[in-house]
Design a protein around this ligand. Structure first.
Ligand code: NAD
Length: 486
């Protein structure tokens, strides 16, 4: 249904500065908005993965000795390259993910450019403890050193943006990299790789494709990789941790989420409806911070359900003119069916009420109707588990303390929001929510300067911000003995 003209793209991997076809098994890549296969991308073979890791190891010797200014220049060049190619990269992203082109261009691509620019600046102005004579006759200095070869593994929801989140801070900190995109969405980052020649020394950035069980797990257990950074499911995070044990590599895990949205009686209803309609369903709900678990206070509950139901039922998808689409399809048939089965099971509960959606629309592609369910209880599976689709639940509460307890009663700890016109109440809740981020009268907004990451089983390690630079580097103490002249 995507009316975006079919862009040209490559299926070649980037290993040691060379563009090469993978030599492993072929993976079919789909256009989720039509369901059609658009490419076959061959996985990296074991030998190619070894070559990529060895190349990154060799490149490390020189890249780690570059100055922040030199690395900054390279990152700025990559940002400019993405900006110049934004329109074709966005078309590839839109084709491979099914997301509306205007969102790929205005949101994903702009965010990726900004991330490279941010880290280009951040690496040149890092702060730390003062150098001083903490022991008489010895001057201590702190140095931030790169870790070595980093492997980064990305999910499919924002392929190029996630690549930027992982590649920019790792390179900025002086590491070299083996990057693995999701097996579903490799096309935009592979296309970017075709334009990197001459910009980065060979081997600094290698891009290998393939599934998690083959390529991903080999990266996670490889002894020459010093850090593994994963954005993905909790179960994948657990597997990666197990694989990383033998080599004791640093791990950086950005895992799932199930964001609570506390709507108090005194909230601005217009603002809430607009916010949840956009940020509960953006990217078809395939977002770890999606505003998907609403707790609505009794005084506002019925009006909110009615107004939100109206707004959500007007969300547009699968329109012939892509500019008319608010959301795209799910990434795969499997993901669409997984979402549908969550909703089917929820609707077998007598207390759960379908307000809108809850069906697979007719036509091609992996679409699912934007869905709002009310009457949900805290113990329901649909309230407890991450659906990762365009599905939002509403649970009624009376006392604020109840909403707070329910919000924190989960294994996830990534993102949350509070909606009230009373700032004291907002701050009371924000300081007690056990989440990496709490928005007040908003949801989902990211700032590149601010850390993004979870608590509890949503993982650890921060993306974005200068905190991320710290995650991709290690602190060293250098102590110089000097003669005392007094
Ligand atoms: P996934 O865990 O299935 O896959 C993520 C990546 O891990 C893919 O590249 C995959 O190939 C790889 N992988 C899978 N098994 C592996 C293994 N055994 N060893 C090494 N690598 C392996 O997740 P997904 O379905 O691509 O993405 C959706 C998940 O990602 C959701 O749970 C979502 O919440 C999470 N997510 C989190 C954030 C965040 O910032 N916290 C952001 C986006 C997505």
């Amino acid at each position: 249904m995507n009316s975006v003209p079919c862009p040209s793209f490559t299926t070649k991997l980037l290993i040691d500065g060379c563009l090469v076809e993978g030599e492993g098994r072929a993976e079919s890549i789909h256009d989720p908005s039509s369901g059609k296969v658009i490419a076959q991308v061959r996985e990296a073979s074991m030998e190619q993965i070894e070559q990529a890791i060895a190349a990154a190891g060799r490149a490390q010797a020189t890249w780690s000795r570059t100055t922040p200014q030199q690395r900054s220049t390279v990152l700025l060049d990559i940002a400019s390259l993405i900006q110049e190619r934004a329109s074709s990269l966005a078309r590839i992203e839109s084709l491979n993910c099914g997301k509306p082109l205007h969102q790929a261009l205005n949101d994903d691509l702009n965010a990726a450019i900004d991330v490279f620019r941010f880290f280009a600046g951040a690496v040149r102005c890092q702060y730390g403890q003062l150098s001083a004579e903490y022991v008489p006759g010895y001057t201590s200095m702190v140095q931030r050193a790169p870790l070595g070869v980093v492997a980064s593994i990305a999910p499919w929801n924002y392929p190029l943006m996630m690549a930027a989140w992982k590649i920019a801070p790792a390179l900025a900190a002086g590491n070299t990299l083996v990057f693995k995109p999701s097996e579903h969405t490799p096309l935009s980052v592979l296309e970017l790789a075709t334009h990197l020649e001459g910009m980065l020394p060979a081997g600094c950035l290698n891009i290998v494709c393939g599934g998690g069980e083959n390529v991903g797990s080999l990266l996670a257990r490889h002894p020459d990789i010093r850090m593994i950074s994963l954005t993905g499911d909790i179960v994948t995070g657990q597997k990666v941790l197990k694989e990383a044990i033998n080599s004791l590599k640093r791990t950086h895990l950005e895992l799932g989420g199930k964001a609570p949205v506390i709507v108090c009686d005194d909230a601005d209803l217009e603002l809430v409806v607009e916010g949840i309609t956009r940020h509960g369903y953006y990217n078809a709900g395939q977002d770890c911070t999606a505003a998907c678990r609403i707790y609505a206070q009794s005084g506002i509950h019925d009006r909110l359900v009615r107004r939100l139901g109206d707004a959500v039922s007007r969300l547009r998808f699968a329109q012939r003119n892509d500019r008319d689409n608010d959301i795209g399809p799910l990434i795969s048939l499997r993901q669409r069916d997984r979402v549908a089965s969550f909703v089917e099971r929820a609707l077998t509960e007598p207390h759960v009420e379908r307000i809108t959606g809850a069906a697979i629309p007719s036509g091609s592609g992996f679409f699912y109707q934007p869905t709002l369910l009310a009457g949900c209880l805290q113990s329901d599976e649909i309230v407890q588990r991450e659906v990762f689709g365009p599905v939002v639940t509403v649970t009624r509460f009376d006392e604020i303390s109840q909403a707070l307890d329910w919000s924190n009663d989960t294994e996830y700890g990534l993102a949350s929001s509070v909606w009230t016109t009373n700032m004291d109440k907002a701050m009371h809740l924000a300081s007690r929510l056990e989440y990496g981020c709490t928005w007040i009268n908003s949801h989902f907004m990211l700032a590149t300067e601010m850390p993004h990451g979870g608590l509890k089983r949503s993982g650890y390690g921060k993306e974005l911000s200068s905190d991320s630079l710290q995650d991709y580097s290690v602190v060293r103490h250098i102590m110089a003995r000097h003669a005392r002249l007094d």
